[in-house]
Design a protein around this ligand. Sequence first.
Ligand SMILES: [Zn+2]
Length: 246
Amino acid sequence: MPYSNLSTIVNLNGYFKIEFCIFTCMKWIFSFLLLSSFLLQSQELPKGFSYVRDIAPTIQQELRYCNHNNFVGIPINGYEENVLITSTLTAQALKKVQDELLKKGFSLKVYDAYRPQTAVNHFVKWARVMNDTLMKQQYYPKINKRYLFKLGYIASKSGHSRGSSVDLTIVNLETGKELDMGSPYDFFGPQSHITFENITEEQKKNRRMLQQVMKKHGFRPYTNEWWHFTLRNEPFPKTYFDFPIK
Ligand SMILES: [Zn+2]
């Protein structure tokens, strides 16, 4: 109903006047809630950082440290929303990888990107509590928790806090499933080393595909984790950031 018609009714009948007022008030309240939820969810990122969705919106994501499916077993401090943040240069390089994969019917799926120092501190605190082994069977069945530091699985600083490291895999868009890489993401053990031999030819082929496309677009792999890459010309090689993910 057009507004001019409404105001005519308002003059004619007090009942409609009240209804009109409620309608207008509801509209304002709704707009206010929408705006405030938007403001709460986003934040102004440091210069040189971007939300990956703004540069490469088709990249899939599942921030494992934002939910319970990670080696600690609970959401990690500093991960407030399932949103990907990286240095802008990293996001632009990821877009090139994604464009190439899309042409072949695949997509990137990111498990972790920028990681606040607060989250790394949470890992360190957890690693010191020997009897907290909730996710041992899934993530570190053969490793004694007391050696996680010594073996390099947990450290007090992470390259991810510099904003240019990413953990990711490839999804087949036809099946919607992640490619079989021969070991799950974040598995602590030699099975996760890029060159681990005791996996199938198919799994080796999948790993090669990921390594090749990432290297081609400027990322450096990490020998011990098939999923981890860092941008070669990372813009903040010495700065460890600590703003939250939201
Ligand atoms: Zn990583």
